[in-house]
Design a protein around this ligand. Structure first.
Ligand code: SAH
Ligand code: SF4
Length: 395
């Protein structure tokens, strides 16, 4: 008879697996955030690092608090506007540090007002960021990339056709959001008006955020800090293709909303279209969702399900889906497949999507169909890809 391993052993295994993932992914970390003339970028440092930097130049630690306010609350990019800091210190800071932003390589606005930036980082690598205005409300979500390229190669995803070039650093992850805010003038005005438009973050751009966990976590902690940008964890959603050991850690440490790219309800099909399934099969992904600490009726887990014509869109698939997720506080986001040049699938018909949505809804799960946004500028889900390449294949 099969014996279940004692719980402690499972925990140890998970810990070992997490360390293995973290060590492996760290090899893809970006270069130091330093300019060509040797100045260090303050963006992306956590409070402890910022205090250490101030102490290293003989300044008191309260300077770090002042800087935090200017950088993350006011959106300052220049020390000379920091009126609470005397001119000589402003100059001293400017000699040693910068408040960086990625540069805008291109920016496009779709006919539906979705905006896509191609951001270029200090080493010339590029990633895309998308702002998706909500047509019903006066606000929207910023879709942020976590990596340049992706190690995984989901069959329906344009990013997956590009190999992983490197992880984005915390500065580059926060920097995408800050640069998007710059572009809309969305920082508090001196008259006290606070930003409204760019008030939600979805980690659904290029890359697998849980394969770049440490940089993503540092960036999200900065974004959630109440004395700076101050986004609540409820306004942040991290989407993963199902890196099970890191899902637990994300729940414990960040407790942001979780979206899981399920896309198939049978392992044979999911093995093919989301190859990570060979490592973490459906049952393990679902079990990790069941124990995700930040899930509740008020904060449901989102299951993302791309609708591929004749592949995963039958009524039988829908019924199996509701069986799998029964009892999880969840909603199911049906995403009509967004084509890209050379993509191997077709979008399901509207009637297939409606039939599928109805079955899921009748089982008590909300099942919104995600309206494609920004397709005309290749800004919709799964259409992002850059020309960035790895210079040498280090193996
Ligand atoms: N790597 C993470 C987050 C980025 S992808 C993940 O896979 O979850 C964000 C969402 O877009 C995922 O649900 C992904 O499966 C979906 N997606 C990818 N390609 C798509 C396409 N061509 N059409 C529609 N959705 C797509
Ligand atoms: Fe990577 Fe997500 Fe695209 Fe899969 S869907 S290749 S995990 S970015």
């Amino acid at each position: 008879m099969n014996q279940l391993a004692p719980i402690a052993d499972i925990a140890d295994l998970t810990e070992a697996e997490r360390s293995r993932i973290l060590a492996k992914t760290a090899r893809f970390n970006p270069p130091e955030p330093t300019t060509a003339d040797g100045r260090r970028d303050l963006v992306g440092m956590d409070r402890t690092q910022l205090i250490a930097e101030m102490e290293s130049i003989g300044e008191k630690s309260f300077r770090a608090k002042q800087l935090w306010h200017w950088i993350y609350h006011q959106g300052a990019t220049d020390f000379s506007v920091m009126s609470s800091i005397a001119r000589p210190l402003q100059e001293k800071l400017a000699e040693r540090f910068v408040i960086g932003r990625p540069s805008v390589a291109t920016v496009q606005t779709s006919e539906d007002l979705t905006r896509k930036w191609l951001f270029r980082f200090r080493d010339g690598q590029e990633a895309e960021t998308v702002y998706i205005p909500d047509p019903e409300e006066d606000r929207g979500a910023v879709c942020i990339s976590s990596q340049v390229g992706c190690t995984l190669s989901c069959r329906f995803c344009h990013t997956g056709t590009q190999t992983l070039v490197r992880n984005l650093g915390a500065a580059e992850i926060v920097g995408q959001f800050m640069a998007a805010r710059d572009s809309y003038g969305e920082w508090p005005s001196p008259h006290g008006e606070t930003p409204r438009l760019l008030s939600t973050i979805v980690l659904m751009g290029m890359g697998e955020p849980l394969y770049n966990y440490e940089n993503v976590a540092r960036a999200m902690k900065i974004v959630m800090d109440g004395e700076g940008i101050g986004l609540s964890r409820r306004r942040i959603t991290l989407s993963t293709s199902g890196v099970v050991p890191m899902m637990d850690r994300c729940g414990e440490e960040l407790a942001v909303n979780l979206a899981v790219s399920l896309h198939a309800v049978r392992n044979d099909l999911r093995d093919e279209i989301v190859p990570l399934n060979r490592k973490y099969p459906i049952e393990e992904v679902i079990a990790a969702c069941r124990r995700y600490p930040a899930a509740s009726n008020a904060r449901r887990i989102t299951f993302e399900y791309v609708m591929l014509k004749g592949i995963n869109d039958s009524q039988e698939d829908a019924r199996e889906l509701i069986r799998l997720i029964a009892g999880i506080p969840a909603k199911v986001n049906l995403i009509p497949f967004n084509p890209w040049p050379g993509s191997p699938y077709e979008t399901s018909s509207n009637s297939a999507i409606d039939r599928f949505a109805k079955i899921v809804m009748e089982a008590g799960f909300s099942s919104p169909v995600r309206t494609p946004r920004g397709r005309d500028i290749l800004a919709a889900c799964g259409q992002l890809r850059t020309e960035s390449r790895r210079e040498r294949d280090g193996g």
